[in-house]
Design a protein around this ligand. Sequence first.
Ligand code: URA
Length: 434
Amino acid sequence: MRMYDLIYTKKLGGALSPEQIAFWVKGAADGSIPDEQSASLLMATCWRGMTTDETLALTLAMRDSGKRMDLSSVPGTKVDKHSTGGVGDKTTLILGPIVAACGVPCPMFSGRGLGHTGGTVDKFAAIPGLKVELTDAEFLRSLKETRFANSAPTGDIAPADKKLYALRDVTATVESIPLITASIMSKKLAGGADALVLDVKCGPTAFMKTLEDARTLARSMVAVGTAHGMQIRALITRMDAPLGWAIGNALEVMESVEILRGEHADSELAQMSFRLAAEMLIMGGAAQTLPEALAKVQASIRDGSALETLRRFTSLNGGDARALDDFSRLPQAGQTIDVLADRAGVVAAIDGRALGLLAMELGAGRKDRNDVLDLGVGIRVHARVGQRLEKGDKVFTAYAKAGYRLHDEAYRATLELMEGPPSQGSWLLDTIGC
Ligand code: URA
């Protein structure tokens, strides 16, 4: 088989066979196929797309490029969640403990942040001492003892994805529905969960800008999961602002704990986390209907069992659980600087991507894979979409290193203000799947 022929076929819009796709993925991972040929095929795939069968074959080949977690020693239906990502998205820190407290095992592998996006692993790393790269044995122990496990994926889960994702990153080929589907689903299938809830973000700063594209991606991932016997359901959620008030690692831990204490219960972040958790409870067999599942979620907040699960998970994995009750034990910033509105108006949108980049400049995110984060810095977002602002209102607070000089105009520029009344609408745009 020649890689040239695969590229040529895809360039003309043809379909590749499962054998051809397996040949490519194996060669990309072991280095026998040069990067320039993989990059060409990635670009041709971006333009020409893939059939469902090709996407399935690509997912399987990538899953099988590494190990698969065996979670069969953990009783019950294991339910995972994946979000296509958004600035301020800390739902894993909230719903993982809730779902586990309600009796459903929740195994999760999470990524590190790069560029404007934060990574769940970095958020957990803000809890002093917490081990965020667990061995398989530690992962299983956490899942068995607390019903919650979260770890950075070890290098041997879908290594072909690691290789191809790095190439996509530098060849402008990330935004392709079959490539995103195979990348996400190969890791999820290798992770060993029985069921998966997807949160597909839709909005100007999300991967999927339109509802139509978000639906197509959701259907593609649901089709691949279903074909592999996974229970899978996707929620399509609006993203026109950062999720919640916190951007930055320790700040996001604080906000998650506040929600687990029962605060901010009406916020979009809390409502979204509760709904995703409820979907997970239904899949895990802990509830039959959405109202029943949501009632269980609320009970786990009210009786403190969700927060207690986070404390137990933290202690078991080497972290200082006292930091969850006493935020002064979390990493701190050297100074806080308020940014005020310079004119009146109604907030129509807040550019999460731009704020994510500003948080990265503060040290909360990585410009380069090897950057060391400052876990205490970040941004508190006071403004909310739909809110009427007056000149002089506090819109952001930057948590920065001592001596940091802030360009507050860049912060204000992330706010899209309008004159008229706020538009109303649910954060939940659609649901796809079982
Ligand atoms: N997240 C992934 O893991 N892969 C993609 O391709 C896009 C988002």
